[in-house]
Design a protein around this ligand. Structure first.
Ligand SMILES: NC(=O)c1ccc[n+]([C@@H]2O[C@H](COP(=O)([O-])OP(=O)(O)OC[C@H]3O[C@@H](n4cnc5c(N)ncnc54)[C@H](O)[C@@H]3O)[C@@H](O)[C@H]2O)c1
Length: 397
């Protein structure tokens, strides 16, 4: 059994606690902390949590607590992680790890120097569909991954602090780009170095200082590209879609919107439909089990299994740090309108990864390029002559 301090009685604290208490009843939140005492108290009563407090320090130092889960606004991640480190407790932190790479690096350094268990709560790499996709990629079904496109869009976040740049650290690029970047990194290979980025980030719709729409390309050392598309002004619910293109295959994932259950209601559902759903009347698109579909269950199962076995979970503060560095580079690129390098203070992957190349011998004189059956039934084979480098075609009736 893992005994947990939940920091933050808001939206994510609620999802996390549902997941923690639901999937493995042996894990328990022992204390919840929120600066709003009435929220902390009602959260504790709702989830059967024995203690609540307005003091993060008190929650972290609770004698029963072994693991701290940080579900606070972005400006509080650093302070909360440092309090966990001071208390010598393991710590799991929600996304983004830091408001920038500097904060993230200091958190990584602190947990590693103290030898503490740490996990980066990037739920969207743990959705059942993503896990299935990653399994296909990891067993070689798709060949080498060339391009990953990840889209996260919704009509904007649910609390004031997200929209306030000093607290959040940034707009949609930081808030949702972090998910897309880590999804792409997982498919492309976390041991392949991200080298440079180009990005646009603009405030197009909302009356805020931070960006509400952003698009970017992250180029990896082997030539693969991770593309992210994020928006806080998308209408129609929450769109979480990924596409993976490999030399031998393709994956299309739709994690959330219109994924199998569609309900028509003339009178309206009256209340919550699914995260960021905009309509409760007419055709609505609920989600079977959100804590599963959004990856929280598999994420915490991995985190606690690793905690018990004294190993590392799939996502650690190191991953959170890499994602923050990529996003910092994206912010630089959005200003300069140029490719910007990703500068990493620490890199634990391949030192030099081989470029993507799919060279297949056809016969002793030719390299295979592609083949296609034409409408008249003939087979056309495109080949490269080894001796001359010339591209030629053979037609087989
Ligand atoms: N899919 C995901 O992984 C996911 C989804 C949503 C949010 N998040 C992350 O979770 C974190 C919290 O977001 P949220 O959606 O729960 O926000 P929220 O506004 O719903 O909840 C935040 C809670 O923190 C409390 N709080 C605010 N400032 C505090 C302070 N200084 N000290 C103590 N308590 C304080 C508030 O009272 C509130 O209850 C953010 O970092 C966000 O990026 C992750």
């Amino acid at each position: 059994m893992a005994k947990i301090a939940m920091l933050g009685a808001g939206f994510i604290g609620d999802f996390y606690t549902h997941s923690l208490h639901g999937l493995r009843s042996r894990d328990r939140v022992m204390v919840v902390s929120d600066r709003d005492e009435s929220r902390a108290k009602s959260f504790a009563l709702k989830h059967g949590i024995p203690r609540w407090t307005t003091s993060i320090k008190e929650a972290v130092n609770d004698a029963d607590v072994e693991l701290v889960v940080v579900g606070l606004p972005n400006n509080m991640h650093y302070e909360a992680v440092m309090l966990a480190v001071e208390a010598g407790k393991g710590v799991l932190c929600t996304k983004p790890l830091g408001r920038n790479a500097h904060e993230a690096y200091k958190m990584l350094e602190a947990v590693e120097q103290a030898g503490l268990f740490h996990g980066y709560l990037e739920d969207l790499v743990y959705t059942p569909k993503t896990l299935k996709g990653l399994e296909a990629v990891n067993n070689g079904s798709l060949g080498q991954i060339i391009w990953v496109r990840s889209r996260e869009t919704h009509p904007g976040p649910h609390s004031d602090w997200f929209w306030t740049k000093e607290i959040s650290g940034g707009g949609v690029l930081l808030d949702m780009g972090c998910h897309c970047i880590e999804i792409a990194r997982n498919y492309i290979g976390k041991d392949i170095r991200p080298v440079e980025v180009i990005s646009t980030a603009d405030t197009l719709v909302k009356p805020i200082d931070a960006e509400d729409n952003a698009i970017g390309l992250v180029r990896y050392e082997n030539g693969a590209i991770g593309q992210f598309e994020v928006s806080w002004s998308f209408r129609g619910g929450m769109d979480l879609r990924d596409e993976v293109m490999g030399t031998d295959g393709t994956i299309w994932v739709n994690n959330f919107l219109r994924t199998g259950i569609e309900i028509f209601t003339a009178g309206g559902k009256k209340g919550y439909v699914a995260e960021k759903a905009e309509s409760e009347k007419g055709w609505i698109f609920p989600v079977g089990d959100e804590v599963t579909e959004l990856g929280y269950n598999h994420m915490f199962a991995d985190m606690f299994k690793a905690f018990e076995n004294k190993t590392e979970p799939a996502e650690t503060f190191y991953d959170g740090y890499i994602v923050n560095e990529i996003m910092d580079a994206c912010y630089r690129s959005a200003k300069t309108k140029k490719w910007e390098p990703v500068s990493l203070k620490v890199w634990r992957g391949q030192e030099k990864s081989k470029p993507i190349a799919d060279v297949r011998e056809y016969d002793k004189d030719h390299i295979f390029v592609k083949e296609e059956i034409l409408p008249d039934g003939t087979l056309k084979i495109i080949l490269k002559e080894k001796a001359t480098g010339k591209i030629v075609q053979k037609i087989k009736k």
